[in-house]
Design a protein around this ligand. Structure first.
Ligand code: FEO
Ligand code: CA
Ligand code: CA
Ligand code: CA
Length: 628
């Protein structure tokens, strides 16, 4: 085998050592500065964060919880002054509210001993912390039922933040009197636009038009459009609904396909619209892509129904050679699909206003990845193929409201949880993060691993490098996991060090030099013996498949972002749910508000809970990240 001579890796930095501890870590020679934390002021007159006395009104003026997507919209092209746009995906009550957690069984703050299922005593049924103080006992955190105030704080902590930021003396600062600063929450009024607007299936007691929705939910990743609007993708909306549909209701099959209701939150006990028995159409008003005009803080965000309704991970975009704009969309659930949307109209770089409704008209496609390495993008267009009245689709609105069922009928390829997808304009390819799928029992070519615990990355080359093409080729860039364990079947390059491999790719970014960066969600003591982080991933030449750890998060956190400034001198990253140890409590404890052996990052202050935060990474002395 011969490689054309090439320069090897396109990244230049000293790799971070993978591991697990209470702090975050960035490559030597870089600073990682906390820019915005949960509860920080978004406006000059926002109240100070007082976590033990939080109110919904204060939260609605402060930075929200669980920052996921981070976008940077430059002001006049600047890499030192712009708007940061950040999604607040969801809330972790046990980490947010003091005094609401009781421990049932076990010993969650044990500092020694490692429990495994095997070691757990058979037949032991501990009923209280007092009763069972051995560290090997299983336990459960029991969260007190919500009251209205708590629910309203949760609702205000969801949504997004738009905030002006500026670099002064080498350090980024929020501009609290920035005229465009804005909090968007789960009560912000939004307009429904595109083909599903006004559908009877979207009408509720609060909105007889089917065109006006309050709020956005579970905004995971997102995007910034070529015309500099902010895209918030609604992901796991099913968790917010309780109750039962009325007998024989027409949405029963639709909701079953989306897992509605899931009752993860108690909002429906205080707000009728989240209770299916009272407001059966409300779930059809979520699961969309939301577009926000950051230039006008009074603008009404728009739910762009043309991009389909599913558990949208994100919506990153690129301008195709003919000027149409292509959005890549993942539906993050096991066995769900990869989509793209191609606008009917063309991007006008000289007239921003002319682009503002591009997302209302275009074609939504779903991907079929064939065994021969080809990919076909199949249009979800009413009247074509099976998408007809005989199958319950009376209109394009119906196709979009039930996007998943429409895609099922087209026999799209069931994937291993499609997360972020990013096009690379410099090589004409597209990177699809497939985070994992431990329930896979039957492989297909693009998802070749059974019980895929660590995920993989698929690379698509669109035909003739045209992102609007309806055909292309695909291959697997890397199968993730620990390459030193043969059974895992990971395929990182042999240049990848023991620190450089990862599992569970989630977010990604292609920077303005065409370099791929991958963020992870799900690395942990138990899964991989390391925390989540940000990895640099070579895609070209002999270095292809080489990965290197650049930054890692504190225990329990998920890594979101990165979002580089145009000149690559700053990478914004989001550290989501630090201390949420999940099942991996043995070593670091699984904490409630003030009671933890996990982490109190970033403040390390006994009066403060741990706080999800956005971090700005810069090189000491300035210059491009990961370049010499
Ligand atoms: Fe919210 Fe698909 O991760
Ligand atoms: Ca994600
Ligand atoms: Ca991304
Ligand atoms: Ca994820």
């Amino acid at each position: 085998e011969t490689h054309a001579q090439d320069a090897g890796t396109v990244f230049d930095f000293k790799e971070v050592t993978a591991g697990i501890d209470r702090d975050h870590h960035v490559a030597e020679g870089y600073d990682a500065d906390v820019l915005l934390r949960w509860g920080d002021k978004v406006f000059a007159d926002s109240p100070d964060f007082d976590p033990a006395n939080q109110t919904p009104e204060a939260q609605a003026r402060q930075f929200g919880y669980n920052n996921d997507f981070v976008g940077y919209i430059p002001i006049d092209g600047s890499s030192e002054h712009g708007y940061l746009v950040v999604n607040h995906e969801y809330t972790n009550e046990h980490l947010m509210f003091p005094g609401i957690v009781t421990v049932k069984g076990g010993n969650p703050i044990a500092s020694e001993g490692v429990a495994t299922d095997d070691e757990t005593a058979e037949g032991s049924q501990p009923t209280s912390t007092e009763a069972a103080l051995t560290p090997t006992e299983p336990f459960e955190l029991v969260i007190a039922p919500a009251d209205q105030k708590r629910v309203d704080i949760e609702m205000a902590a969801h949504g997004g933040t738009i905030i002006e930021i500026r670099k002064e003396n080498g350090k980024w600062q929020p501009v609290l009197d920035g005229g465009k600063n804005r909090r968007i929450t789960s009560t912000t009024e939004m307009e429904v636009s595109g083909p599903a607007a006004g559908s009877d299936r979207l009408k509720t007691n609060a909105d007889a038009t089917g065109r006006k929705v309050f709020g956005t939910l579970n905004n995971c990743a997102g995007g910034v459009t070529p015309w500099n609007t902010y895209i918030m993708a609604e992901e796991n909306f099913h968790g917010y609904f309780i109750g039962e549909l009325p007998e024989g209701h027409r949405e029963a099959e639709n909701y079953e396909r989306y897992g509605v209701p899931d009752a993860s939150y108690e909002w429906g006990r205080f707000h009728d619209r989240f209770d299916l028995s009272k407001e059966p159409n409300e779930p059809n008003r979520f699961g969309w892509v939301v577009e926000v005009d950051v230039e006008d803080p009074n603008s009404t965000p728009k739910k762009r129904t043309a991009l389909g309704r599913f558990k949208h991970e994100g919506a990153e975009s690129i301008v195709a050679p003919d000027g149409r704009v292509v959005f890549y969309l993942g539906d993050d659930e096991r066995f769900d699909y990869v989509y793209k949307f191609v606008t009917a109209g063309k991007f006008n770089p000289d007239d921003r206003a002319a682009n503002m409704d591009l997302l209302d008209d275009g074609t939504l496609y779903v991907a079929r990845f064939d065994e021969d390495g080809s990919v076909e993008w199949m249009p979800l267009t009413h009247g074509e193929g099976p998408l007809t009245a005989e199958n319950g689709f009376e209109s394009q609105a119906d196709v979009l409201i039930e996007t998943r069922r429409a895609a099922d009928l087209l026999e799209a390829t069931p994937m291993d949880r499609p997360e972020d997808i990013e096009p690379n304009g410099s090589n004409g390819r597209v990177y699809v993060m497939l985070t994992n799928n431990t329930k896979r029992k039957e492989a297909n070519a693009a998802n070749p691993r059974l019980e895929n615990a660590f995920g993989h990355i698929v690379e698509i080359a669109e035909e003739n490098g045209d992102f609007a093409a309806t055909k292309g080729r695909w291959e697997i860039l890397v199968k993730c996991g620990d390459p030193s364990i043969a059974d895992v079947g990971a395929t990182f390059s042999t240049e990848t060090t023991e620190n450089g491999w990862f599992g569970m790719p989630d977010n990604c970014a292609v920077d303005s030099d065409g370099r791929l960066w991958v963020s992870t969600d799900g690395n942990s003591p138990k899964a991989t013996g390391r925390t989540d982080g940000l990895w640099a991933m070579d895609t070209e030449g002999s270095a292809r498949g080489t990965s290197k750890l650049f930054y890692r998060v504190p225990v329990g956190a998920e890594m979101c972002g990165p979002r580089p400034t145009p000149d690559l001198s700053t990478f914004f990253v989001a550290v989501q749910h630090p201390a949420d140890g999940g099942e991996d409590w043995e070593e670091f404890g699984r904490l409630s508000y003030y009671e933890d052996l996990s982490t109190r990052w970033p403040d390390f202050d006994d009066a403060m809970p741990t706080r999800p935060s956005v971090v700005a990474i810069t090189k000491r002395g300035g210059g491009k990240i990961a370049s010499s």
